[in-house]
Design a protein around this ligand. Structure first.
Ligand code: ZN
Length: 291
């Protein structure tokens, strides 16, 4: 099964829902960044939330989710857009902690229980939209639930999960977001709360072969306005962009690099690709800066 997300409504259009399978893209991030299990789970959950937030956008709009907690992992960044392209990294990928009291990966321990989550949306306007909320749990699903309620005034339920295999590869990953729209009756809300409390974890559902559509059907029964978007890991770095970064360092800094090493290696944070520049190439960039 490939990664994709589904967007749908339920309960006669009174609930908007998103569900995603992100196993392959989380595995690609884990491999590219050589991530240890707890770090991979933290980035995987963040990237899954970002992928679903990306699908709330249109056209060329983009969202960047930045989790800055006080835990050992440092900052988590995940970017996504409306066409299902997702990328991300953490400051320290080599974080693995003992399991928590529930026997699960201690994501809150890695993220930290204090700090902020920033949501930056590039909507093609002069200024990006910026929302932020304090971290409330560090387990992330609860934190995103709080973000939607607080920053976007949309009561939501968010569930995220990453299951790491014994060889540290990603066995499965995914999540869902359910957003309550105006018009829901108290009975509808009661029913949904009961369903949410009883539903197995996302990783249990994916393990038993449920698709993103199936997960949503577990919650609301019949789906309508169903749309799917393929998801994949995709970085936007290029040699040209890296050259621009070198230019932005300024003439003095480039002169210093030329005097010291005479070469530069630039690594993309998001995908870990290496870009090497030899002396000739650096001199050419330096000369363009004089022009
Ligand atoms: Zn890159």
């Amino acid at each position: 099964m490939k990664d994709y997300l589904v967007r749908a409504t339920g309960l006669n259009g009174k609930v908007r829902m998103f569900a995603a399978r992100t196993t392959e893209l989380v595995e690609e991030m884990r491999r590219r960044h050589d991530m240890f299990p707890t770090a991979a789970a933290a980035l995987g959950r963040t990237a899954t939330a970002a992928a679903m937030m990306g699908s709330m956008l249109k056209g060329k709009e983009k969202v960047s989710v930045q989790v800055k907690g006080n835990g050992p992992i440092g900052t988590i960044v995940a970017d996504a857009n409306a066409v299902g392209e997702v990328r991300g990294y953490v400051d320290d990928p080599h974080v693995h902690l003992p399991s928590n009291a529930l026997g699960k990966l201690d994501v809150a321990g890695a993220v930290g229980r204090e700090g902020y989550i920033y949501i930056i949306k590039d909507l093609g306007l002069r200024e990006p939209y910026r929302g932020s909320i304090p971290i409330v749990s560090g387990e992330l699903a609860e934190d995103f639930t709080y973000y939607f309620a607080k920053s976007e005034q949309t009561p939501s339920a968010v569930s995220l999960g990453v299951l790491v295999d014994t060889d540290n590869s990603i066995k499965n990953a995914g999540g869902f977001i359910l957003q309550l729209l105006p018009g829901l009756s108290d009975e509808d809300i009661d029913l949904l709360e009961k369903k949410l409390a009883a539903i197995p974890s996302v990783t249990t559902m994916l393990e038993s072969g449920l698709t993103p559509e199936d997960m949503l059907k577990e919650l609301v029964g019949d789906l309508s306005s169903v749309e799917t978007v393929d998801l994949r890991f995709q970085c936007f770095c290029s040699r040209e962009r890296v050259e621009n970064t070198l230019v932005s360092l300024g003439k003095d800094e480039l002169d210093a690099i030329l005097a010291e090493d005479g070469r530069a290696e630039v690594v993309c944070h998001f995908c870990n690709e290496k870009y090497d520049f030899n002396r000739e190439e650096l001199v050419a960039i330096r000369e363009r800066m004089n022009a």
